[in-house]
Design a protein around this ligand. Structure first.
Ligand code: SF4
Length: 212
């Protein structure tokens, strides 16, 4: 696993659980508001790399305190050895939550089929017709994201869909459209946009101007 960040204890990243959070390196999106720019290249800087064994060691020592581990990113489903890593966590008796942008439905299918994931949080970032623009890539496979959404909604695995409210880029009409894209039976949460570290410098500048 290419890991680039680790928070040994969090009370807010896994609903109902005290959890550790591990951040994988690499993402196939470039969302303008992303505040984890250092995690996006597939190859991270040596300074940011954390070994899998190091993470497992800390998690193992703290497992009486922890209910679960959140595997976040970057985009975790890009990592070929994600199922093996999640199995390692499960073998410690921990619940595993996956944060995903939904671009790899085949990986989600496997994780669900093998009971390797206990909670899925999937981003629904924009109205479908604006997805490429809002994810900063021309290569966004919208069919794959839609397949993942349907898969997660029908999986029986506890889950939530989530959307960051990026007011400089989306408006109320867009938010209403996003809401319609979410299956009614699935929970959906809105997340606040934290502009200070946005990937797109113009979003940072806009926030600074509003604050003045
Ligand atoms: S916010 Fe977008 S670019 Fe950043 S890690 Fe998530 S999916 Fe990737």
């Amino acid at each position: 696993m290419k890991l680039a960040g680790f928070v040994p204890l969090s009370l807010c990243d896994y609903p109902g659980q005290v959890a550790a959070v591990v951040f994988t390196q690499g993402c196939n999106f470039r969302c303008p508001w992303c505040h984890n720019g250092h995690l996006l290249p597939l190859i991270g800087t040596v300074a940011g790399i954390i070994s899998e064994d190091e993470v497992m060691d800390v998690v193992d020592r703290r497992r009486r305190l922890l209910g679960g581990v959140v595997v976040s990113g970057g985009e975790p489903t890009l990592q070929a050895d994600l199922p093996r890593f999640m199995l390692r966590l499960k073998e410690l008796g921990l619940s595993v939550k996956l944060d995903t942008n939904g671009t790899r439905p085949a990986v989600l299918k496997l994780l669900i089929a093998e009971s390797l994931v206990d909670y899925i949080a999937m981003d629904v970032k924009a109205p479908w017709h604006q997805y490429s623009l809002l994810t900063g890539t021309d290569e966004c496979d919208i069919n794959a994201v839609q397949e993942s959404l349907a898969l997660v909604a029908a999986s029986g695995v506890p889950h939530q869909f989530r959307t960051t409210r990026v007011d400089p880029l989306l408006d109320e009409v867009d938010y209403a459209e996003i809401k319609r894209q979410i299956p009614e039976s699935s929970p959906h949460v809105w997340q606040d946009f934290r502009s200070a570290y946005s990937l797109d410098p113009s979003l940072r500048a806009e926030a600074a101007a509003v604050a003045r």
